[in-house]
Design a protein around this ligand. Structure first.
Ligand code: GTP
Ligand code: MG
Length: 257
C-alpha cells in the first residue's frame, strides 16, 4: 500500500582550508541565509543547504525555456572541518570516507595570504588536499571513486581593503605549490623512497602533484585526474554589517550538486 522511498544520500560538499579563512561563517550563511559569530572549530559539523532559486543548476540544462513550473532547487550536505594544523586529519579522513562527495571548497582569507608565512601554510594544505584527490583518482578501483571532484578556491574576505584579487591569489598559490612540490620530492629522495630497486617502485611520481617532472605547477594539471580547480572571489561578511557577496560560489555549487 505504501511506497517507501529508498533513503537517498544527499550530495556532499566538503569545506576545507586554513584556520580563520571563514569556513564556519560560510556554512552558517549557506544554511541560514546570514553569517553568525563563529569560534575556531574543534570538530567537524554539517548542515543541510539548498541552492537559492536565483542560482542556475546543472539540471537547468535540460529544462525548456518555456517551462514555468516551480524549479526544484537541489539540496546538499555541507560539511565543515576545523582548519587548525593539528586538527586537519578530520578534513583528510572525511575526504576519503564521505560517500556522495561532489566537490570541495577551499576557503581562504584573501588578505592574510599577502603574508609569506600564511601563503606557505595555505599552499601546503592545498597541495596535500590535491595530492589526496590525485591518489584517489589513480587508485580508484571502481568507477564510483573515479568520479570527478571539482575544487572551488573561495578567495574570501574581498571586503577587506588589503585583500588580494582572485586572479593574483591563483598565481601566488600556483607558484607556492611549485615550491612545496619540490621540497616534498627532495624530502622523499633524501629518505630513499622511490629510489631505483625500491620495492613497489614508482612511488616517487605517485607523490608528485600534477604533471610529473614539470617545472611549474598549474591548476590545469589537475584535469588529468578529473579535478577542475576554480578560483572565485567573494565575501561572507559585507561592509558595515551588510550582507556578503557569494553569488559566484553559489553558481559553482549549482553546477556541482
Ligand atoms: P577554523 O574553524 O579555525 O578553521 O576557521 P574558519 O575557517 O571556520 O573561520 P570562521 O568562519 O570562524 O571565520 C573567522 C573570522 O573571519 C570570523 O571572525 C569571521 O567573522 C571572519 N570572516 C569570515 N568571513 C569574512 C568576510 O568575508 N569578511 C570579513 N571581513 N570577515 C570575515
Ligand atoms: Mg570553523
Amino acid at each position: 500500500l505504501y511506497k517507501t522511498q529508498a533513503p537517498r544520500v544527499l550530495p556532499t560538499i566538503l569545506l576545507v582550508g586554513p584556520s580563520g579563512g571563514g569556513k564556519t561563517s560560510l556554512l552558517t550563511l549557506f544554511a541560514t541565509g546570514h553569517p553568525s559569530q563563529t569560534q575556531t572549530s574543534q570538530s567537524p559539523q554539517s548542515a543541510i543547504c539548498q541552492t537559492p532559486s536565483s542560482t542556475s543548476t546543472s539540471s537547468d540544462r535540460y529544462r525548456s525555456e518555456n517551462d514555468t513550473s516551480a524549479r526544484d532547487q537541489p539540496t546538499f550536505t555541507l560539511l565543515d572541518t576545523p582548519g587548525h594544523g593539528k586538527l586537519r586529519h578530520h578534513a583528510l579522513s572525511s575526504l576519503n570516507s564521505t560517500s556522495a562527495l561532489k566537490g570541495l571548497i577551499f576557503v581562504l582569507d584573501s588578505a592574510a595570504v599577502s603574508s609569506a608565512a600564511n601563503l606557505t601554510e595555505a599552499a601546503e594544505y592545498l597541495h596535500d588536499i590535491l595530492l589526496l584527490l590525485q591518489k584517489r583518482h589513480t587508485g580508484a578501483k571502481t568507477s564510483k571513486n573515479a568520479q570527478p571532484i571539482p575544487v572551488l578556491i573561495a578567495a574570501n574576505k574581498q571586503d577587506v581593503f588589503t585583500s588580494l584579487p582572485a586572479g593574483l591569489i591563483k598565481q601566488r598559490l600556483e607558484a607556492e605549490i611549485t615550491k612545496v612540490r619540490a621540497t616534498r620530492s627532495k624530502g622523499l629522495m633524501d629518505s630513499g623512497v622511490g629510489m631505483e630497486g625500491d620495492v613497489g617502485g614508482g612511488s616517487e611520481d605517485a607523490e608528485w602533484l600534477g604533471e610529473f617532472g614539470s617545472a611549474a605547477f598549474g591548476f590545469e594539471q589537475m584535469r588529468e585526474c578529473d579535478v577542475e580547480v576554480s578560483v572565485v572571489g567573494g565575501n561572507v561578511r559585507g561592509e558595515g554589517g551588510k550582507g556578503g557577496k557569494v553569488e559566484g560560489w553559489w553558481e559553482w555549487v549549482g553546477g556541482v550538486v
